[in-house]
Design a protein around this ligand. Structure first.
Ligand SMILES: Nc1ncnc2c1ncn2[C@@H]1O[C@H](COP(=O)(O)OP(=O)(O)O)[C@@H](O)[C@H]1O
Ligand SMILES: [Mg+2]
Length: 255
């Protein structure tokens, strides 16, 4: 058996996905016959103008919504809804205000029946990974936006998903915090070996984090995938990075 025919954990296949909403009684096609293979452990960014269907695609991947046609196949099996091999991170971390950082991160495991002491042990490992060791006992209201989002990331990782689905996770952060968090995400992705599917409207973020960038449009033209053939860790000022940014911006008529 060759390596390419083996199914790796966290492998995702989009097979002929279509989704149409209706707006004022008129059909609003959002995804049309989208097919894509995402390798286990790959980092894929999804970019495109507002309303092009990024969140819709992520919701289909999460199993929060069904496609009109086509399938999402994970590790060889079509999904039929949400699943424990996938974790979703949103723009707002949605922490429970009455639980400490440690309790918030351990909560998902406890919901799955893991005894509290073990859940908290496992949670501590991911709190350390996101650099919040000293804040285990803090309350959510005591955290900055960036710290709260780190807690959200730790909470998602604690259940040890194969696939992380992120919908503009850094979109609400200030510019400096965002750059720091991009570096954190790059490190965490490399250390954890998870498949990362990241929706962002920030082209630089996409180039910084992704192995490939999927560009969706809202003019009915077919989506395009661009490989990011740049060494890691990525250097935002390198010639290759700047060239890639210019090329992607050009796709949106920007410069
Ligand atoms: N539940 C829904 N019902 C009707 N229309 C929707 C629904 N969800 C999204 N849409 C529409 O589908 C399009 C794509 O939305 P979305 O996936 O949220 O875009 P993006 O995340 O790229 O900004 C938009 O025009 C949006 O208004
Ligand atoms: Mg969206």
């Amino acid at each position: 058996m060759t390596a390419s025919s083996q199914i790796r954990r966290g492998e995702v296949a989009l097979r002929h996905l279509s989704k149409t909403y209706s707006l004022n009684g008129q059909p609003l096609p959002v995804l049309r016959n989208l097919s894509l293979d995402i390798r286990g452990g790959e980092s894929l960014a999804i970019v495109g103008p507002s309303g092009c269907g990024k969140t819709t695609l992520l919701r289909l991947l999460a199993g929060l919504e069904g496609a009109d046609a086509g399938q999402v196949v994970i590790d060889g099996t079509p999904i039929a809804g949400v699943g424990t091999e996938r974790a979703v991170i949103y723009q707002e971390p949605r922490l429970l205000p009455w639980l400490s950082v440690l309790e918030n991160v351990a909560f998902g495991l406890e919901l799955r029946g893991v005894p509290r002491a073990e859940a908290q042990d496992r949670a501590r490992r991911y709190i350390r990974l996101v650099g919040l060791d000293d804040f285990q006992n803090a309350w959510p209201r005591q955290l900055s936006g960036g710290m709260a989002q780190r807690v959200g990331i730790a909470r998602a990782l604690t259940v040890q998903p194969e696939i992380l689905l992120l919908d503009e996770p850094l979109g609400a952060l200030d510019a400096m915090t965002k750059l720091t968090m991009q570096e954190e995400l790059a490190r965490i992705w490399a250390e954890e070996g998870v498949t990362m599917i990241l929706v962002t409207h920030d082209l630089e973020e996409a180039i910084f984090l992704a192995d490939r960038v999927l560009v969706l449009t809202n003019d009915g033209t077919a989506p395009t995938v661009f490989p990011v053939d740049l060494p890691r860790p990525r250097d935002r000022n390198s010639a290759g990075f700047v060239q890639m940014r210019r090329m992607l911006m050009g796709k949106f008529g920007l410069h």
